[in-house]
Design a binder for this molecule. Sequence first.
Ligand SMILES: [Mg+2]
Length: 317
Amino acid sequence: MELKKEVLAKMFYRMNQSRFFDVKVNALYNQKRIAENIHLSVGQEASAISACMAMDEGDKIIMTHRHHAQAIGSGMEVHKMMADLLGKAGGYNSGKGGSEFSSDGVNLGAFNQPDTAYTTACGVALAQKMNETGNIVLCFGGDGTSNDGDFHEAINYASVLQLPIIFMIENNGYSGSTPVSKTMKPQKLSDRALAYGIPGMTIDGNDALEVYEMVKNAANLVRNGEGPVLIESFTYRTCGHDGHDLQLYRSQNEVAEWAGYDPINILKEQLIEERILPLSILDKLAENAESSIEDALSYAEQAPEPVMDSVIEHLFA
Ligand SMILES: [Mg+2]
């Protein structure tokens, strides 16, 4: 698939931005400047960001608790995300959302109970179908939640009603600290699509160009009314599951091996080899991405605290 140079530059920039964002957030968490638990996407940037960039205007994205990369991939602004994390009024949710609840109308937010994302996606997609918007839902999930009842209920419902959803399951090898081999029998998670009569595929989630192409192709099918698609994006998080994960369940050799298959480096090499963007431009993009996170932190630090009267705003029940 031929992609414009500007799109590829933006993809590389956002992947770097996500990496620097998560590294900074981890440092802030360790300094006890972030009250809520964190779930980072280090190593999974290609899967999240390329998939989000393959969406069209008006499409909706539903995320899990591990979602900073998806938010950045779909164009959410890092300074507002950082303000939310620090509990400041300048965030998307006026500092009341924390890490897991930033939403901007395109991204419908992360789901702290991640399996409920699937059934929520069905509701959003049904509304799109009934309103004939021509838009679709990109619903992220993890290998762990694909064993939950909500996943199977949602994928069956979406299949029967031919709802416009891409179920994007990021298989990062672990459900928390439990390896996938101990939570499911099939070698390929995408084989589960067979049970629901829908297309299923496994893709290399660390290859940003492959992710973009496969998600774009799936989006075309879904948008044409051919029902949902299940994509298993095979990837790996080289960071811990959450802020206090000691990672005693895996070897450092395993982590190092995957760190050698880093999605940012893979895209960098592809862009240089294909003579699409030179090293000098890529280094500048990475440098700009890093400084954007420093700027985001300054903005968040200077943003005001939420006022007490705002505590019951935006509550619906
Ligand atoms: Mg997982």
